[in-house]
Design a protein around this ligand. Sequence first.
Ligand code: ZN
Length: 464
Amino acid sequence: MKITVLGAGRCVTGSKYLLQWKGFSMLLDCGLFQGPAENRRRNWKPLPFPAHRLDAVVLTHAHIDHTGYLPRLVRQGFRGPVYCTPPTRALLRVLLPDAAHLQEEEARYANKEGYSKHRPALPLFRLADARAALKMLQPIPFHEWTELHPGVRFRFFRQGHILGASAAALETKVGGGGRKTVYFSGDVGRYGVPILKEPEPYPGSDILFVETTYGDRLHDPRDPYEVLSAEINEAVKRGGILLIPAFAVDRTQEILYMLSELMADGDVPRVPIWLDSPMGIETTTLYTRFTSEHDVEMREYFAEDQNPIFPPNLKVTRTTTESKKLNGMPGPGIIISASGMATGGRILHHLKQRLSDARNTVLFVGYQAHGTKGRRLVEGEEEVKIHGQWIPVKAHVSSVGTFSAHADAQELIVWMERRERDPEQVYLIHGEYEAQQVFAATVEKEFGWKPQIPEIGEEIFLRR
Ligand SMILES: [Zn+2]
């Protein structure tokens, strides 16, 4: 058996691993490269195999950097099946059409502005490809073995991170009647965060592939409830609108949950909350619906007929007309909208409307990448350009660094330390190279393993 790294090798996006046996081949994750243009250009490179010859795809979770290449694969002739957990399938029905829409928009814009090298500029995939990909999804419950090919089977373990996120354990028969297991961590979630069940510990395997996004970092140790309530109380005192740019999947639900609890406990005043994100509304419904994924506290709320991610003072605005009505809304009040880094979406309209008023507040609740509007605002820019118009920044801009869906270096160690046996081969993936080198040293010190850090294109063989 051979494994080829096709993405997330010494970088954090494009997760894609080709697994090949005699007469059977599959992809573990099928992600898009995201971020700077030189990353995104990789999405156009041809795959090292014909897509129609691929037998199956297994997806660990719904994030686009793990799934967004699937419609492209379909466009190139892949005909399925694609295995994932039931909640992952539900999320993908929201995320993949949206990704296709963004691709089409981008191509349209490039043609209008004439900045693309391709003439005409083409989308990586279209809505029809995303819809075709969705038809191939086969939901597999956690822990249930599924045979992929005679002698090859896999199952999912819960990983926290986002709704439906999993690790995948693949088992393959080897000579002499033995079996070998390859374990892919997917993205590892955190301990002690609300709503979802915690990650299940790594049980041990022959080969381990582990993500290292936060391999060299620890999360802000401050209590997120305290930080959040201090910021909200300040914002309410100013009397304006508090804008929270948040990703539609997971961050929006986490913020709603915390707002609910802070308001119920009287730590912050019960002001109106608007969720102005069609995708955020859909994903919040999914987070509500999949009760099998809820942790103990969430179950207790539901047992008492309460839904902390849909509090009584929450209003949702689906249509553009409803969204526009918020422009005239006086404070105090909270508007949650996407995208989380203010790179697009309805949050831009709200920023355009609210930034020039000193009574308003913008609170960022996630990492802001270089080159994004979010980053420029957090760094204190006095003017930002939105939809071609310069807007003076008079509003109070703040950021809370305590939120993340990824385990930090210490939590990754905790995730691995309860195993029943040691892996023979360990590969660090899904991280920047510097962070991975730091984490490799940590792992060697803790467990005595010598992890490898494969590059894109590297081939890995299962040792006999
Ligand atoms: Zn992820």
